[in-house]
Ligand binder design. Structure first.
Ligand code: C2G
Length: 129
């Protein structure tokens, strides 16, 4: 079984996230998604609309997703790859090159982001900006 792993906040889930998850799953047979905790997001300078439990529940319901785990630190990726016997690490190309250190442990794939949609844009639209 070819195992795929990705990470993200996934707040206000939108089709850009779904496109990422769909393409990630297509690279293997099993997709694990590490969803950023609220505390970790503060470190990323992100304040989420939905708390971790709700974001994890929503991501878990996506048919491409097989397992959700919490992302609590920048340092957990190598351990996650080893512990979950991951074959492919995938993330959007806004992170291009940032996780090349994982190439020692698994394949690393940066996928093109979906243009024209973001959680920030959704928030701005809703706030009438
Ligand atoms: N994404 C995308 N297209 C968009 C928006 C997001 O492909 N229009 C992708 C991102 O590239 C990422 C995933 O969807 O791979 C989740 O995006 P975010 O929730 O913004 O996650 P991020 O803050 O990038 O967290 O350790 C890594 C971080 O946790 C990644």
């Amino acid at each position: 079984m070819k195992k795929v792993l990705t990470y993200g906040t996934f707040d206000l889930l939108h089709h850009g996230h779904i496109n990422l998850l769909k393409r990630a799953k297509a690279l293997g047979d099993h997709l694990t998604v590490a969803v950023s905790t609220d505390e970790f997001n503060l470190g990323k300078g992100k304040v989420c609309t939905y708390p971790y439990e709700e974001r994890a529940c929503i991501v878990e319901a996506v048919r491409f997703v097989d397992l959700v785990i919490p992302e609590t630190s920048w340092e957990q990726k190598i351990e996650d790859v080893k512990e979950h016997r991951i074959d492919v690490f995938v993330i959007g190309d806004d992170w291009e090159g940032k996780f090349d250190f994982l190439k020692e442990y698994c394949e690393v794939v940066y996928l093109p982001r979906t243009e024209g949609i973001s959680t920030t844009q959704i928030k701005e639209t809703l706030s009438g900006k």
